[in-house]
Design a protein around this ligand. Sequence first.
Ligand code: SF4
Ligand code: SF4
Length: 557
Amino acid sequence: MPKITIDNKELEFKPGQTIIQVAKDNGIEIPHFCWHPSLSVSGNCRVCLVEVEKMPKLVIACATIAADGMVVHTQSEKTISARNAVMEFILINHPLDCPICDEAGECKLQDYAYQHSVGESRFTETKQHKDKRVELGPHVMFDGERCISCSRCIRFCDEVAGENQLTFVKRGDKVTIVTFPGKQLDNPYSLNVTDICPVGALTNRDFRFKSRVWDMSSTKTICSGCSRGCNTDMWVRSNEVLRLTPRYNDNVNSYWMCDNGRLNTFKFVNEDSRVNGPHLRRDGKLTKVGWDEVFASAVSELKSFNKDEVAFIGSAYSTLEDNFLFAKFAKSVFGSKNFDFPRVTVPGSGDNILITEDKRPNSLGAELVGMSGNGMNFNQIIKGLIDGKIKALYVVDENLIELNPELEANIAKLDLLIVHASNFNTLTNYANIVFPSATYAEKNGTWINIEGRIQRLKPAVATFEADRSLDGMAMSRLDKFGTEYDRWGKVRKVDARSTWKIIVGLANAFGTKYKYTMAEEVFSDISKSIDEFKDLNYDSIGEFGTQLKFKKQIVKV
Ligand code: SF4
Ligand code: SF4
């Protein structure tokens, strides 16, 4: 392999790599604004200038191909002086409004200004003024004065989203970004430009001004919007989810996520409609009760039916751990063969970038852990419901009425409906028993994406029973009435549990002792009993997931 020396370190590189790529692969940071590892090279910001021995002038590291024997200096006097000069030039017209800028705390310009700036400007003339609040599209706001004309946003739209929506107009220090005439920045991936904009010129209209970034915690998790399983960071303040951003995973989503996943998959976690504690229907009304009471009631109700009158419906929203234990309960504790889960695909809704037609994050996982019994399948259960053969339904994390509004009248006629739900909905309107389901933001567990990659979910939001020192929690205190506060006010927590944990309580009430106390223990049982998961554990799955090797044919939905 050819070798290059960067800052006195001899490094091997692959032919065709640029200096900045070799440096990055070896942990050497060369400052850059316009270069992005997943976009074409533009070479316009000039902040990556480096000194290369035997070259007459400094070169830009993003566009200079590494050569065998090349010697590069990224910290020499000449390099630092050029970098400082470029920074001074870029900052001439910048408004320096960090105190009110959403990007502050995660801004490349701010970071480099600390490292490569003298702290004061020699520019005494009037700065260029440009439009500051331009709605480029439904989700993205543009501030022309903050823009440093790096062109990342233009290249993203052209090269990744495949939509030519943005361009530069005007010249020199008047240059600015606009949408093409008659167009908006409204491609399904538009919000990625707010992540890659190296300054605060492009902001997320849904999130802007909601929080300073340093006031939030972030937890590595997975998007629930479809079976791609994009890796994300979930940002939480005061136990409330405020935004999702994509997390790099070259095997799944690269640096990107879609707008639907980013905007529409977390707000239900914060809503007032959350089911807070177990509920029983009394005198026609759902009434909050204690856990022991709800378990006892569910046991006595379920026992009053013949086994073939009852069906169990799991969900591809639920984790492997949830479905595994729910199926085990249906089969081994209740003794039913009638359990399955709905496959929800929307033909034509996928694309060749990330979005898939399967709108559930764990269809493969539900299949693999045996959420389908060898009795009635999902369609047969629905037919049994319509025919009146199924008299009791136990449904986890799915709203059957939302899936098929025509079922409402049949559901209303059921003798028993037990539902696990995170939020009250049209199905819980008919439930006799509602168990409060923890959302994917509140639990440990695993999902398998459409490619067969098993990935970890981690709790970002604390539920009532969770440890108060959870990652997603800022420092909080209890007042004398037991109400929890942090510096932003009252902390709301919901009394909800993961389905696997609810099933443990229910099985125990049935007289079958399940000893699981953590999701990890359920997973350990999965790995011991199902070949596909052999030798896997939460540590080996890691931050970026593990590709499973399927031993049996799994039907991709
Ligand atoms: S808006 Fe941001 S990403 Fe686009 S050119 Fe300006 S600085 Fe670059
Ligand atoms: S492509 Fe699917 S998994 Fe990825 S962000 Fe969008 S909805 Fe979420």
